[in-house]
Design a protein around this ligand. Structure first.
Ligand code: C5P
Length: 229
């Protein structure tokens, strides 16, 4: 029997471009599953720390990427809860330290390959919205709609700052801007799966647009491809 086609929307872009917010809103609208692939890279970095791995231990991190036990769930208030090997790591996961660690382990092909099967397992009916850096280029080149979301560096740093402040983190805008620039440079210059738009991606610059305006643009693109009503 032929398996039914499961539609995929890939949303890629640099840190702070609003991918997470937009992907969540689109998935909710469509009633589809959501893959936050960045969280998987963050979890590998956290798992490595928890096990006391040498930060340069490529094979050790790749093994964790294959074997770590990850649960994405929701708490009593509908908030996201992420567990790593049974431990609640939700707030740790969103820290800039985890983001930096993720970007380091994400440059290793062994870790990327180890995470491929996990990411593909998210393809379940009725559909998937996949958020990351290489969703449209490497993981789901067959995606039905590919979005590459950008925003000016200043705006991205400001958004990230607000996000972390709202969560109660003590961060400085200047330090954050520096860290984001560093992470973007590493993500776009690495040899495997660098951050770049797929040739068939729709580019959306979200500078000066509200989240809702961006969501409406994505929904209109999906509608024009008959992905949803
Ligand atoms: O999107 P997020 O900030 O959670 O991603 C954290 C890091 O994980 C990124 O800076 C990037 O290095 C890596 N990543 C990746 N490929 C993805 C998603 C994230 O390399 N598909």
């Amino acid at each position: 029997m032929m398996r039914p086609h499961v539609p995929i929307v890939a949303i890629d872009g640099p840190s702070g471009s609003g991918k997470g917010t937009i992907s969540r809103a689109v998935a909710r609208y469509a009633g589809w599953h959501l893959l936050d692939s960045g969280a998987l890279y963050r979890l590998v970095a956290l798992a490595g720390q928890a096990r006391g791995l040498d930060p340069q231990d490529v094979e050790g991190h790749a093994a964790l990427a294959r074997t770590m036990n990850v649960e994405f769930g929701v708490g009593p208030q509908g908030e996201e809860v992420v567990k790593l090997d049974g431990r609640d790591v939700t707030s740790e996961l969103r820290s800039e330290t985890a983001g930096q660690g993720a970007s380091r382990v994400a440059a290793w092909p062994e870790v990327r390959t180890a995470l491929l099967a996990r990411q593909k397992a998210f393809v379940q009916p009725p559909g998937l919205v996949a958020d990351g850096r290489d969703m449209g280029t490497v993981v789901f080149p067959e995606a039905d709609l590919k979005i590459f979301l950008t925003a000016s560096a200043e705006e991205r740093a400001r958004r990230r700052y607000k996000q972390l402040k709202d969560k109660g983190s003590d961060v400085s805008l200047a330090a954050l801007s520096r860290e984001i620039a560093e992470r973007d440079l590493r993500d776009s210059t690495r040899a495997v799966a660098p951050l770049k738009p797929a040739p068939d991606a729709e580019l959306i610059d979200s500078t000066g647009l509200s989240a809702d305006e961006v969501v409406q643009k994505v929904l209109a693109l999906g509608r024009s491809r008959s992905l949803w009503p």
